[in-house]
Write a protein that binds this ligand. Structure first.
Ligand code: FRU
Length: 540
C-alpha cells in the first residue's frame, strides 16, 4: 500500500521493483514511443548483469512494460548491456548501438536489430553476429569507452556516431564513421574534447532550429540550425551550444565546457545520463533523464527499488540563441484532474498562502509573480559567483528583500517538513539578477538523506518579464521549471509526515517586500497507468 511505499510515484516512470538508471534507445516507431533503460533484474542496487528493460507508450504518460530487449548473453556483452541509442535508418528501419561489458570487462560497442520490423512494439532484438563492431582504440583505457549516440548522416552519405571517453584529464566525444553501419572507422581526432572534466558518459549531439521551436531530425544540418553537445560527468548533465563544422569534422562551441558552476546544465538538481530523440510524429525533440535516489543504500534495499525517469520534456532553443528551453510534454495535461486557480493574491513579507483542495502529494502547479517595486531589491554582491552555494547560504529561512518567495511543496501544516522552491531578485551592476533555488534541507525529519540545496541563475529581466515557476510534485520527486523552462531543478525528497493526504502546498514570501501572485493554478494529478500488461486496469 501507499503507506508502506510513500515514495513511489504516481505519474513518473519507475519499474515495479529493483534498480533503474539511464534511459536508452529512445525512439518513436510506428505510432509507439519506446523507452529502454538500464535495469538490474536481481537487486535494488547497481551491479554486474545490467539489462536493457523495455517499456512502450502511445502518449509518453502511460507505459506498458515488455520483456527485456537486451540481456548479457554473448562474450561481447556477457557482464552487462550498458547504455546506448537507437537510430532509425532510411526506410523506417530501427537499429540499436549499445555498450557491452565483455568477458574482460572491456567496453565494446555492439549492434542489435529488431527480429520483426512489422511489430510496432519491437519486442525481440537480435544481436549482430559480428559484434563487437567497435573496440577501445589504442591509447584509451578499456573502461573509458562507452555510450554510443544516435547516428547522424552527413551530406557525403556517411553515418557518424560519437562514443564517450576520457584521456589525459579531458572528457571527449570520439567520432566514428561508417558507410554501412557495420564497419566503423575512427576519425583522426575527436569531434570535441573538454578541458579538465571527468569521463564523458552518455554524450548527446543534436541540432536545434534557430528560427522555430520545432525539433529537427539528428541528421539535419543547415544555416537555420545550431548544435548542442551534452555530456554527463561530475553527477550533472552539462551542455554547450555551437557549430558543427563538417569540413573540419569538429564541433566548435560558443563557450567553454569545463563543468564550472556557471556552465549550462539541463538540470541543476538531480538529473543524469539524459538522452534526446526526434519525435517525427510531432516534430519535436524530446528528452528523458534518470533521477536517482537521495536516500541510503539500506533504504533502497528496504524499499526494493531505486531510480526514476524524469517526466519526458520537450526541448528547443531559446530566442536568445544562448540556451535551451525545456517543458514537460503537453501530454501531461491528460493527467490533470481538479483545478484550483487564483488571481491577484498579494503576498506580504513573511506570509504563506495555502493552496487547498488539491492532492498536494501529486500535483502540477504553475505560478507567476509580479514585483511592484523592483528598484528596492537588495544589492547583488559581485562575489556571489556560485548560485548553488548562494542558495544554500541564503536558504529558504533567510529573509531578504525580494525573496525568498515561491512554493512550499510536500509541507506539513506546521511547516516542519517542506521543500522550498524559491526565487530571489538582486540589483546587479547594470541589470537585475534572478536566482532560483530548491531547498531540501527541511524536506524530511529523517536523517541520513542527501538534502543538498540546488540553485541556478535565471536569465530573465524582471523589468519586462513576470517570473514564472512550474513545479511537478509526485510523492518523492519535485521537478521545477523556472522562467518558462529556462532553468530546471529536480530533487528527491522523503518526508515522514508530509505524505499522501497529509501533504500540503503553499505559496510563500519570506522577503520583506511584498510580491504579487499574478496567477496560480494547481491541478491534482491522476495516476498514470504504468505496469505490466496484465496488471493495468483500464477502469478510470
Ligand atoms: C551513466 C552510466 C553509463 C553506463 C551506464 C551503466 O549513468 O554509467 O556511462 O553505460 O550508466 O549502467
Amino acid at each position: 500500500t501507499s503507506r508502506e511505499q510513500p515514495y513511489r510515484t504516481s505519474y513518473h516512470f519507475q519499474s515495479p521493483r529493483n534498480w533503474l538508471n539511464d534511459p536508452n534507445g529512445l525512439m518513436y516507431y510506428k505510432g509507439v514511443y519506446h523507452l529502454f533503460y538500464q535495469y538490474n533484474p536481481h537487486s535494488a542496487l547497481f551491479s554486474d548483469g545490467i539489462v536493457w528493460a523495455h517499456s512502450v507508450s502511445y502518449d509518453l504518460v502511460n507505459w506498458v512494460h515488455l520483456n527485456h530487449a537486451l540481456e548479457p548473453s554473448e562474450p561481447f556483452d556477457i557482464i552487462s548491456c550498458w547504455s546506448g541509442s537507437a537510430t532509425i535508418l532510411p526506410g523506417n528501419r530501427p537499429v540499436i548501438l549499445y555498450t557491452g561489458i565483455d568477458a574482460n570487462y572491456s567496453q565494446v560497442q555492439n549492434l542489435a536489430i529488431p527480429k520483426n520490423e512489422s511489430d510496432p512494439f519491437l519486442q525481440d532484438w537480435v544481436k549482430f553476429s559480428l559484434n563487437p563492431i567497435i573496440v577501445p582504440p589504442e591509447g584509451i583505457k578499456p573502461d573509458n569507452f562507452r555510450d554510443p549516440t544516435t547516428a547522424w548522416q552527413g551530406p557525403d552519405g556517411k553515418w557518424r556516431i560519437i562514443v564517450g571517453s576520457w584521456k589525459d584529464d579531458k572528457g571527449m566525444a570520439i567520432l566514428y564513421q561508417s558507410d554501412d553501419f557495420f564497419n566503423w572507422s575512427k576519425s583522426e581526432h575527436p569531434l570535441f574534447t573538454s578541458s579538465k572534466t571527468g569521463m564523458w558518459e552518455c554524450p548527446d549531439f543534436f541540432p536545434v532550429s534557430t528560427d522555430s521551436t520545432n525539433g529537427v531530425d539528428t541528421s539535419t544540418l543547415n544555416p537555420r540550425t545550431k548544435h548542442v553537445m551534452k555530456a554527463s560527468f561530475n553527477s550533472h548533465d552539462y551542455y554547450v551550444l555551437g557549430t558543427y563544422n563538417l569540413e573540419m569534422e569538429r564541433f566548435l562551441p560558443d563557450e567553454e565546457l569545463t563543468g564550472a558552476s556557471l556552465d549550462l546544465r539541463l538540470d541543476y538538481g538531480k538529473y543524469y545520463a539524459s538522452k534526446s530523440f526526434f519525435d517525427s510524429a510531432n516534430k519535436r525533440r524530446l528528452l528523458f533523464g534518470w533521477v536517482n535516489e537521495s536516500d541510503s543504500t539500506e533504504d533502497d534495499i528496504a524499499k526494493g527499488w531505486s531510480g526514476l525517469q524524469a517526466f519526458p520534456r520537450e526541448i528547443w532553443l531559446d530566442g536568445s540563441g544562448k540556451q535551451l528551453i525545456q517543458r514537460p510534454v503537453e501530454e501531461i495535461k491528460t493527467l490533470r484532474d481538479k483545478n484550483v486557480g487564483v488571481e491577484s493574491v498579494g503576498l506580504d513579507g513573511g506570509s504563506t498562502y495555502e493552496v487547498s483542495d488539491i492532492t498536494a502529494s501529486q500535483v502540477d502547479v504553475e505560478v507567476a509573480f509580479e514585483l511592484p517595486k523592483l528598484e528596492e531589491a537588495e544589492l547583488m554582491d559581485p562575489n556571489w559567483l556560485d548560485p548553488q552555494i548562494l542558495c544554500s547560504e541564503k536558504n529558504a529561512s533567510v529573509s531578504g528583500k525580494y525573496g525568498p518567495f515561491g512554493l512550499l511543496a510536500l509541507a506539513t501544516e506546521d511547516l516542519r517538513e517542506q521543500t522550498a522552491i524559491f526565487i530571489r531578485v538582486f540589483k546587479g551592476h547594470n541589470r537585475y539578477v534572478v536566482l532560483m533555488c530548491s531547498d531540501q534541507s527541511r524536506s524530511s525529519l529523517r536523517n541520513g538523506i542527501d538534502k543538498t540545496t540546488y540553485g541556478a541563475f535565471l536569465d530573465l529581466d524582471p523589468q519586462v518579464e513576470k517570473i514564472s515557476l512550474r513545479t511537478l510534485i509526485d510523492h518523492s520527486i519535485i521537478e521545477s521549471f523556472g522562467g518558462d523552462g529556462k532553468v530546471c531543478i529536480t530533487s528527491r525528497v522523503y518526508p515522514v509526515l508530509a505524505i499522501d493526504e497529509a501533504a500540503r502546498l503553499y505559496a510563500f514570501n519570506y522577503g520583506t517586500l511584498s510580491v504579487q501572485v499574478e496567477r496560480l493554478d494547481a491541478w491534482s494529478m491522476r495516476k498514470a497507468r504504468i505496469g505490466h500488461r496484465e496488471s493495468l486496469s483500464y477502469g478510470e
